[in-house]
Design a protein around this ligand. Structure first.
Ligand SMILES: *[C@@H]1O[C@H](CO)[C@@H](O)[C@H](O)[C@H]1NC(C)=O
Ligand SMILES: *[C@@H]1O[C@H](CO)[C@@H](O)[C@H](O)[C@H]1NC(C)=O
Ligand SMILES: *[C@@H]1O[C@H](CO)[C@@H](O)[C@H](O)[C@H]1NC(C)=O
Ligand SMILES: *[C@@H]1O[C@H](CO)[C@@H](O)[C@H](O)[C@H]1NC(C)=O
Ligand SMILES: *[C@@H]1O[C@H](CO)[C@@H](O)[C@H](O)[C@H]1NC(C)=O
Ligand SMILES: *[C@@H]1O[C@H](CO)[C@@H](O)[C@H](O)[C@H]1NC(C)=O
Length: 195
């Protein structure tokens, strides 16, 4: 009886999933296998610096930036919280920014930026059906293109509305969240779903 109870408890402990929320997370690309840019699968989101407070969101095959969800309880409740990533020396909050529909690049694409200051309200981490989490915004779709930026090509992140067209050579991407070991918390920060 006692042995059965112990082994049952051990069984439960062994089956317990890894952390499913954390204060800070990395953002990792999940791309369709065999599609364009599949070679950037599992790359980390980081920033591509142009000038102070002007950085594109791009994926790298090195370590990326650390992100966190920010807002009041009311903002989280109304999907108007934002996603931040501290930068600079000493670090201060930078926001993840989706270009508005009327501020596209010369090809008509809505860039995603990581700039100092506040982030776009409505960028949030939701639970992924198979565990962990992903960053979403509205009802649209994130995608990546191998883009020519001022200091050389990069796998840059873009956003389009649900019915918007996907540019040739680009690929839809899911922004999966990976828990980081950094347990630091800031005012208005809320833990996020991640694996
Ligand atoms: C990492 O990405 C850079 C730029 O795309 C590329 O030159 C390099 O070969 C890549 N390294 C690996 C290990 O994939
Ligand atoms: C992404 O970053 C993590 C560290 O946060 C690192 O272990 C991993 O190798 C990086 N992924 C790639 C593809 O470089
Ligand atoms: C872009 O659209 C917003 C409303 O969504 C408006 O407030 C803003 O003035 C517009 N900006 C430009 C440059 O047209
Ligand atoms: C974080 O959220 C709080 C609460 O809404 C807000 O006051 C603050 O400006 C936000 N920080 C940034 C950098 O957006
Ligand atoms: C859920 O996350 C896994 C990886 O953690 C990913 O492979 C899968 O595509 C995600 N599914 C959805 C529906 O987001
Ligand atoms: C992106 O394009 C450049 C050439 O412009 C190429 O060197 C690089 O390998 C490409 N990166 C990926 C991940 O396909």
């Amino acid at each position: 009886m006692y042995a059965v109870l112990v082994s049952t408890l051990l069984g439960i402990a062994a089956a317990a999933p890894a952390r499913s929320t954390a204060p800070n997370f990395a953002v990792v690309a999940n791309l369709p296998a065999g599609g364009p840019l599949a070679s950037a699968q599992a790359w980390n989101l980081t920033s591509y610096h142009i000038t102070p407070c002007y950085d594109y969101a791009v994926f790298t095959n090195q370590s990326g930036r650390s992100f966190y969800a920010n807002g009041t309880a009311a903002e989280f409740g109304t999907h108007s919280s934002n996603v931040l990533s501290d930068g600079g020396t000493p670090p201060w909050p930078w926001g993840t920014i989706v270009a508005p529909a009327n501020q596209t690049d010369e090809q008509g694409r809505r860039n995603v930026f990581i700039n100092c200051g506040t982030g776009t309200p409505g960028l949030e981490v939701i639970k992924n059906e198979s565990g962990g989490g992903k960053v979403v915004y509205g009802t649209g779709q994130f995608y990546v293109c191998n883009s020519t930026l001022p200091y050389g090509p990069a796998i840059a992140l873009y956003y389009r509305e649900k019915d918007g067209k996907l540019f040739d050579g680009c690929a839809d991407v899911e922004l999966l969240t990976r828990c980081l070991d950094d347990n630091s918390r800031r005012e208005y920060q809320q833990d996020s779903f991640c694996l």
